[in-house]
Design a protein around this ligand. Structure first.
Ligand code: GLY
Length: 374
């Protein structure tokens, strides 16, 4: 006899976990399973730096993606506080702002364009000279020509977030099933989800949140256009103050994210068409040089770890959120969050959970529908 659930979420990265938690918080909690392959195939979440920065990732993109990111940034403080209060976990959420910095005239022009786009949207951001930025972050290089300060952008530790979401779900009675999906077939009594290591579950509805994982095994649902964009990153031991920075700094060659415990995460390369997790010496060296260009004291700091992950990208850079098959045996997609899975998790999860539970979400998901690609 296979275990039976109301909803099975295929994929245990930040999107699948946040969606499961949003469903678990509903007044009438559905019976939930999360099929979680993270012990075999690390999700992009565990490779992320955890920047919550719509002002930089999406400022020059389309309005819909920017608006989703901004809505999610607005949700982050309450989302973090609720998770921390419930689990007692420290997820290192910091709403202390983010700097984008330029080291030449072309970079400064790009920051000007971002400033115009953001202020046009009513966002509170400030353009600064290098000296003004250094007054706030004295470890910045004196090569910095201009800076854009987004005081409301934020960051979190994705590895701690991942653990806290799992703990919350365990406590709320969701089944976290450590396996991958071999097949999902739509039958008269529900979806039969066959697991890679044998056995399976039955669920009335499924949500596919498998990120950039290769292989598509969902009966009757065409494979959406999600493809991996590999990213390499590494962490270092932060130099003692004042040689280190306290906020996220985004430069032309790398971003620098100071984390709790004297660690700094530096990322990330972008390689389309690669689906392996090998980390290249050349990739790490270019990131190290990119970090040192904006914060010179980082040049020789001891490395702690290096890793790679696969961002789940889409042709237009926006996620795919919505129903793939309607009805009592529905299938939903929560895919393609590309560079912004951690940022978008609260908004994507809340909106999609509301739809799955049969109500109209406060956030308009029309621009993110699966059928927009034809
Ligand atoms: N969001 C940062 C990255 O994807 O590298």
């Amino acid at each position: 006899m296979q275990a039976r659930y109301d909803i099975a979420i295929l994929g245990g990265g930040v999107i699948g976990l946040a969606l499961a938690r949003a469903l678990a918080l509903a007044p009438k909690t559905p019976a939930l399973a999360v099929i979680d392959a993270s012990s075999r195939i690390p999700p992009a979440t565990l490779a992320a730096a955890g920047m919550l920065t719509p002002s930089f990732e999406d400022a020059l993109g389309g309005d819909a993606l920017y608006d989703l990111g901004a809505a999610s940034l607005d949700m982050w403080p309450a989302f973090a506080a609720s998770l921390v209060e419930e689990t007692g976990a420290d997820i290192d959420f910091r709403g202390d702002g983010v700097f984008g910095v330029a080291v030449d005239a072309a970079g400064a022009q790009k920051l000007d364009a971002q400033y115009e786009a953001l202020t046009g949207r009513g966002v509170d951001v400030a353009l600064m000279t290098g000296a003004e930025a250094r007054a706030l972050e004295p470890a910045l290089s004196d090569r910095i020509a201009a800076a854009l300060h987004a005081p409301r952008d934020a960051q979190v530790d994705p590895v701690k977030l991942f653990a806290a979401l799992r703990l919350s779900l365990e406590r709320r009675g969701a089944s976290l099933i450590d396996d991958h999906v071999a097949a999902a077939e739509r039958q008269s009594d529900g979806w039969r989800v066959t697991l890679g290591e044998g056995g399976g579950v039955v669920a009335d509805q499924i949500v596919v949140a498998t990120g950039a994982a290769s292989g598509w095994v969902i009966d009757g649902v065409p494979r959406p256009p999600v493809f991996p964009v590999k990213g390499e990153a590494f962490s270092i031991a932060a130099p003692p103050a004042p040689a280190s920075v306290t906020r996220v700094i985004r430069g032309p060659g790398a971003y620098v994210c100071p984390k709790a415990g004297g660690r700094i995460v530096i990322g990330a390369t972008e390689q389309e068409g690669r689906d392996d997790l090998a980390v290249s010496a050349a990739g790490i060296e270019s990131l190290r040089n990119g970090a040192a260009e904006i914060v010179p004291a980082l040049q020789n700091c001891a490395e702690i770890a290096r890793w790679a992950g696969l961002r789940p990208a889409t042709p237009d850079g926006a996620p795919i959120l919505g129903v793939a098959l309607r009805g009592a045996r529905g299938a939903w997609l929560a895919l393609g969050h590309h560079r912004n899975g951690v940022l978008l998790a609260p908004a994507s999860a809340a909106a999609l959970a509301t739809e799955i539970l049969g109500e109209k979400p406060a956030i308009d998901l029309a621009p993110f529908r699966p059928d927009r690609f034809g």
